[in-house]
Design a protein around this ligand. Structure first.
Ligand code: ZN
Length: 670
């Protein structure tokens, strides 16, 4: 409980530390619940003592002001554009120019990922964030300070006291981008074409409350005002008169002020090292949670920047080494309408096949018919398609100027394309309401057997269709009555395959509770919600009241209503499935001690497996994986090309383990 101002100040500091670990280090110290509890206490104290509010309190990130428009703001130093190169030859040309201008080749390269987002310039004075500006034309941008303050990875206060411009990219995770679009579709709003547009659009909201709701992230990539005569003079009580002369050191200093550090950055001494990094980035690009469109290469020594100077548009000391395109032009050959297990009709564009980033793309989602009308998409149109990792291929633009007049508009369906029943048109959502519509039944079976549900091997789309068409399965409960003799009669079903499928289905008896709940396909209830339901109530969840479901953390009225309605209609079916499947309640994992239990670990350098995989493995062994090295770190585990974290660990006397040594330690425990 907060009793006085002292308690309040302490609580604010605690919240700030928690938020830093959560938003910047991706390493939460407490549960969301604990954070919220303290946040509300702080808020309560502030409501009662409005004259004592600390302006750096996390509650002060979102104000009550709605703007009429954005003020113009002049940057203290120009925000330059970057020269793009698309292949090795162009990159080597750039290096050649740098060497010629410098008259020698005694310099290094600083490498960092190039995020695909919206640029933002943050101005700090005396350690306080005084302004945030969009790039604009490079000289003058728009003042978006109120919105920037809502982004939790932007510190409101830093320990550097000089007047400094910290520049970076506002981005949104690919996963959050998909969620945001799904939500917009539900609300009948137009979708964002790509994560970049979503980030830029969110940053330029007149109501900061809307920006606050968007999960935006800020990654710094540079410093404007502050670098002078090839150096940066640190003005920070914690360092005495430190002078920084390299970009890599300057950025590490910026991250240490409370900013998020990008993955896979580092220094290269020569071109083969740069090329190696470039290829690694391309291999890993889909696995990054944020969209990358290239890597930035900068001359690391600040003293050479003034010598190299600027063209009309670009600094000569840096270049964006772009990845192969993920956006390409193609033609819409047709539009088909799919009917999902809930009956929703989804239009899908059939494209003239096009290779994008090594993958042939033949289909793209069109979301819904409102979206088709809004974008005025027609069959025969030339369009731009984007693909990246887990983002579903999507049409971002119609090239209207390429139209010949032969393009055909896409009519809104009035009847289900599969069963012919009249549809319910609710605007953004058009639904086939026929419960026994073949598409709905088949998709329910496919979903039931899918990876995050019962995970039945050998029961995919084609088999599900076959089973339905031959009258063997009309409802998921029928799956458990399939006999080898019936399956053998199906086309392409040899005895072995029939046996395998029957066994695969039988093996699901005793499945984990959450898989069973998830497999029911209750609207708004996914994997996470299913786990929460099973944790709270176990298999007998259907015997509980809506009021009890309301008590589950994160369950809103929409979810509760959906469960209650499902239970009301399907009680018998649930009981029958429980009888057949006998789902198991969650068992608490036994915690074993390992060499990493309770240890704080930092990973650095290139490893033999994706960093995220190793991180998860260590966490499963009870380690806390942090992204920055401090005295509290127990081990720094390093791969190839380990950089500043390795050096820092050495300086602090922190334990160093090579990746190989880590594997040996794990192995010896088994
Ligand atoms: Zn239908």
């Amino acid at each position: 409980m907060i009793k006085d101002y002292n308690d309040y100040k302490k609580a604010v500091d605690t919240l700030k530390t928690w938020a830093y670990h959560y938003y910047v280090l991706d390493n939460p110290l407490v549960t969301d619940e604990e954070y919220d509890r303290l946040y509300h206490e702080v808020e309560k104290y502030e409501n009662e003592n409005p004259d004592k509010i600390d302006p750096s309190s996390p509650t002060q990130r979102v104000g009550d002001v709605v703007l009429e428009g954005f003020e113009k703001a002049k940057h203290l130093t120009r925000m330059w554009s970057m020269e793009d190169v698309f292949n090795e030859n162009d990159f080597l040309d750039w290096v050649g120019r740098v060497k010629r201008l410098l008259g020698h080749s005694d310099f290094s390269f600083y490498i960092e990922p190039k995020f695909d987002g919206a640029s933002l310039n943050l101005v700090y004075e005396n350690g306080k964030l005084i302004r945030a500006e969009t790039r604009g034309d490079g000289e003058i941008g728009e003042d978006v300070t109120l919105n920037a303050k809502t982004i939790n990875s932007i510190p409101l206060e830093i320990k550097e006291k000089s007047l400094i411009e910290i520049r970076g990219e506002v981005v949104i995770k690919k996963e959050d981008f998909d969620k945001l679009n799904e939500e917009r579709i539900k609300n009948g709003e137009p979708t964002f074409a790509n994560p970049r547009n979503a980030a830029a659009g969110s940053l330029r909201q007149l109501d900061p409350k809307i920006t606050a709701k968007r999960p935006l992230i800020f990654y710094p990539w540079g410093v404007g005002k502050g670098i002078e005569n090839g150096e940066f003079r640190v003005n920070n009580d914690e360092y005495s008169k430190k002078i920084i002369t390299k970009y890599s050191e300057l950025m590490e200093y910026v991250y240490s002020l409370g900013f998020k550090a990008p993955p896979k950055r580092g220094v290269c001494k020569d071109i083969p090292c740069v090329e190696k990094k470039y290829n690694e980035f391309i291999d890993l690009r889909d696995s990054f949670e944020v969209m990358l469109d290239g890597m930035v290469v900068k001359v690391d020594e600040l003293k050479y920047h003034d010598i190299l100077g600027y063209t009309q548009k670009y600094p000569r000391w840096m270049v964006a080494y772009k990845f192969p395109a993920i956006e390409k032009e193609t033609i819409i050959e047709d539009v088909i309408v799919q009917v999902g297990r809930t009956g929703v009709l989804t239009p899908v564009a059939v494209l003239k096949p096009v290779e994008i980033g090594g993958v042939i793309v033949e289909r793209a989602t069109l979301h819904n018919f409102d979206e088709i009308e809004r974008m005025d998409i027609r069959i025969g149109d030339h369009v731009i398609v984007i693909r990246s990792g887990d983002v579903i291929p999507k049409i971002t633009k119609v090239l209207e100027w390429k139209r010949t007049g032969d393009e055909k508009p896409i009519p809104r369906p009035t009847h289900c394309p599969v069963c012919g029943a009249e549809v319910l048109d609710e605007g953004a959502i058009i639904k086939c309401q026929n419960l026994s519509c073949p598409a709905r039944v088949v998709n329910t079976i496919i979903y039931f057997a899918s990876k995050n549900c019962l995970d039945i091997e050998g029961l995919g789309e084609s088999v599900a269709k076959l089973l339905y068409e031959h009258g063997l399965v009309k409802d998921v409960t029928d799956l458990f009555e399939l006999r080898v003799e019936d399956l053998e009669k199906l086309p392409l079903f040899a005895r072995k395959k029939a046996e395998n499928l029957v066994n695969a289905i039988k093996s699901k008896v005793g499945v984990e509770c959450w898989r069973f709940v998830n497999a029911l396909g209750i609207e708004h209830i996914g994997e996470v919600a299913s786990k929460k339901i099973c944790e709270k109530f176990g298999v007998e969840f259907y015997k509980h009241s809506p009021e009890e479901f309301e008590e589950i953390e994160g369950f809103g009225p929409e979810m509760v209503k959906s469960i209650a309605e499902y239970i009301r209609v399907n009680k018998e079916k649930i009981e029958k499935l429980i009888e057949i499947l006998k789902p198991k309640n969650l068992e608490k994992k036994e915690i074993q001690t390992t060499p990493f239990t309770g240890k704080t670990v930092v990973l650095t350098g290139t490893m033999s497996k994706p960093r995220s995989e190793i991180k998860k493995m260590l966490e499963d062994m009870g380690a806390k994986v942090s992204s920055s090295v401090s005295k509290k770190t127990d081990f720094v585990i390093y791969g190839e090309d380990a950089g500043s974290k390795y050096d820092k660990a050495k300086k602090l006397g922190v334990g160093l383990l090579s990746e190989e040594e880590m594997w040996k330690m794990i192995e010896s425990e088994k």
